[in-house]
Ligand binder design. Structure first.
Ligand code: IVH
Length: 682
């Protein structure tokens, strides 16, 4: 190999790895790392390299297969339960993706390869996730995700919750078997509602409706799926199950059967007609309730489709045109500064409101001082705002006609020197991009942020103390730090606006309950900089009590997995601060857990997350209390009585007959101790 070939080969390997990773992030984790555009660019580059060097062919290259949302290795059996808990079923016709184009020229190039006088059906490209519905003698029997293209997960129970998908075709003469493919979608409205809820619950947000829909379809809880109101559009009947000779007629048949088929389709005969459709919908799509990201062009005639055939990844008879990411010019009214829980000061762009990809945008993050200098922007500038797959809109630059180039980049911009909230002098640690307010114990958003973090679900799980209540209590001087929570009286809470005796009692109960939270979570709740949930668990495992942790040295701390010098220094700094020691002391006196006790091991897994388990009967291998601790250690919740919410009953010998009857009548499963231990072991 020449030097140049070696470089090309390295590039090719890197591209394969990057695309494989991106596929995994996108399809399995529902958290895209690359924009569609960047992904396609890299894919193209890889395709070109592989074309130039056929000797580097690899059947496992991302160019040779579609992305997969299956967990683990694909199975060769006809059906099998996947790790996600769904049955894996082989597609009767492979589920392929579409080649992408971005310009008129690329569409023309595709059209040139088609027979003359070809008819093209133009459709909207819905941005959700593909689904293949099986109707047997008119009845909906299976609903498969794309999976790896060859086999997918059968998510029929979730699909049955979607109101516009009929369970039965509207005809007295249904085909014996017919498959109809389409897209499952979450509307912008449902997406925003869901993210708002998740924000309140401190759960991670979905980047876009597509990810939200995909995450929803993978749930095992059909009630939750139903609550998130998905919808669907169907756009393709593959194979020869129906003898209908054109795509358009097939769609018309599907519509007659009562299936949700889009009206936004058009038969085109020329590139001009196609471009007209594209331009029309690039505007109109903004009024649609669901996300679209392009147009799909399909050869109408099925015979012609057959003749054109397929590549390994996509049909040659269809192609997608992707709309360019939406961007808009607007005025940067002013830059404000937000102080977070850890004191980081983030500049925020306050914009003249604009409509962008279905939502109104009036704020965008400017990240930090360097970012503002790089873009060379100032208040009053007209700036370009883009909303891609991410939730937070981005400012990508300012209008170039504004005569920059005259000034030195970023000249004239001055980051504030004092905290906008408390007036303390800001500091910028070397090597970090952020300016920080060091006044941890006296800066209001930092105080309130720390309390909010402390009470959050994954930390001390104190219910009822929302940010508004915290605000109120803080403004009256009743809540100045996390230790004050344990001094709150019923009176303090009950006299607040919109809170009464009942909510006060609930809050106090929840505060009481929080004293049982295991040490690892307490450590996370303290809010030491960069000590997240997982790191806290690892630290608590090594240091089973705060006394031991308090005296740990840097050298000792950095031997813990995930703990580098920076985190170690943050821990040491935390314990060097007298104010913090005072708070820890007060929490300790209040009864908060600062060590791992035999009955409260650190959290071992999240295998029982979301499960409410009732313990009943007499056990031989462990005591009841030990089982209780195990449930909690694996993320589950122990409840005293059986209700609709019970996930299962951990049943020992001699379970009370009343309980047994109740469980039976509600259809709640009983699990014996062996099965339970197996479930959490592994
Ligand atoms: S046709 C063999 N039509 O886009 C062709 N796909 O990027 C099957 N999609 O996998 C697909 N709108 O999930 C087709 N009107 C439409 C579509 C559409 C969205 C999705 C589909 C496909 C992906 C390809």
């Amino acid at each position: 190999m020449t030097e140049q070939e070696k470089n090309q080969y390295t590039l090719l390997l890197n591209l394969r790895k990057e695309l494989e990773d991106a596929n995994y992030q996108y399809y399995v984790l529902n958290a895209p790392t690359l924009s569609d555009f960047a992904f396609d660019e890299k894919m193209r580059q890889l395709q070109q390299l592989e074309q130039e060097h056929p000797e580097w062919y690899d059947p496992n290259s991302p160019t040779q297969h579609v992305g997969s949302d299956l967990f683990g290795q694909p199975q060769s059996h006809h059906t099998k339960k996947s790790r996600s808990g769904f049955e894996q079923v082989k597609h009767r016709y492979p589920m392929l993706s579409l080649a992408n184009t971005y310009s008129r020229e690329e569409i023309e190039e595709w059209l040139r390869k088609l027979p003359t006088n070809v008819e093209i059906v133009c459709e909207l490209k819905y941005d959700g996730l593909g689904i293949s519905l099986w109707y047997e003698n008119g009845k909906l029997t299976r609903a498969l995700t794309r999976g790896d293209g060859t086999q997918g997960d059968d998510v029929i129970n979730n699909i049955l919750t979607i109101p516009n998908i009929p369970k039965q075709l509207k005809t007295s003469t249904p085909p014996q078997h017919v498959e109809i493919r389409g897209e499952v979608l979450m509307s912008w409205e449902s997406f925003e509602r869901l993210n708002k809820e998740r924000l309140e619950q401190e759960e991670s947000l979905f980047a876009n409706p597509r990810n939200a829909a995909s995450g929803t379809l993978k749930l095992q809880d059909t009630q939750e799926v139903a609550r998130r109101s998905l919808s669907a559009y169907l756009y393709y009947i593959p194979g020869n199950d129906v003898a209908i000779p054109t795509h358009q007629q097939r769609l018309a048949q599907a519509a007659q059967w009562g299936l949700p088929v889009s009206d936004a389709t058009q038969l085109c005969h020329s590139i001009d007609e196609v471009m007209h459709f594209i331009h029309y919908w690039d505007i109109e799509r903004k009024k649609l309730p669901v996300a679209t990201d392009g147009i799909v062009l399909k050869v109408n005639d099925l015979h012609q489709q057959d003749e054109l055939g397929y590549t390994a990844k996509s049909p040659r008879w269809a192609i997608a045109y992707k709309f360019p990411a939406e961007k808009q010019l607007t005025k940067l009214k002013h830059i404000s500064y937000q102080v977070g829980r850890t004191g980081v000061v983030t500049p925020v762009a306050n914009l003249e409101p604009i409509q962008l990809s279905g939502t109104i945008v009036q704020r965008a993050t400017l990240h930090n001082e360097d970012f503002i200098r790089q873009l060379n922007i100032q208040e009053g500038d007209m700036v370009w705002v883009e909303k891609g797959g991410e939730i937070i809109p981005k400012i990508i630059g300012k209008e170039s006609s504004q005569g920059d180039g005259v000034a030195v980049k970023g000249e004239g911009y001055q980051f504030p020197t004092v905290c906008p909230e408390c007036g303390a002098s800001l500091v910028r640690v070397e090597g970090e991009a952020a300016w920080r307010c060091p006044n941890e114990a006296g800066c209001p958003p930092q105080i309130k942020g720390k309390i909010e973090h402390f009470v959050s679900r994954k930390a001390m799980n104190i219910e009822g103390l929302g940010s508004e209540t915290i605000d109120l209590l803080y403004s009256q001087g009743l809540l100045n730090n996390i230790a004050d929570i344990y001094d709150l009286t019923q009176q303090d809470i009950a006299r607040q606006e919109r809170l009464g005796d009942k909510s006060a009692l609930n809050i106090l109960n929840s505060i009481q309950e929080s004293k049982k939270i295991p040490w690892a979570r307490v450590l996370f709740a303290l809010g030491i900089r960069m000590v997240g949930e997982t790191t806290a668990k690892k630290i608590a495992k090594r240091y089973p009590s705060i006394e031991q942790l308090q005296w740990a040295s840097l050298e000792q701390l950095i031997t813990i997995e995930d703990v580098g010098e920076q985190i170690a220094n943050n821990i040491i700094a935390y314990f060097n601060d007298l104010h913090n020691l005072d708070i820890v002391q007060r929490l300790l006196s209040a009864g908060v857990q600062f060590e791992t006790t035999a009955l409260q091991p650190t959290e071992l897994s999240n295998r029982l997350e979301g499960k409410t388990i009732v313990i009943s009967g007499v056990f031989s291998q462990h005591s009841r209390d030990e089982y209780k601790a195990m449930i909690e250690a694996h993320g589950g919740k122990n409840a005293g009585s059986i209700s609709k919410k019970t996930s299962f009953v951990l049943a020992g010998e001699n379970m009370g007959p009343e309980k047994k009857k109740k469980a039976e009548s509600l259809g709640i499963a009983l699990m014996n101790e062996d099965a339970f231990l197996k479930l959490i072991e592994d």
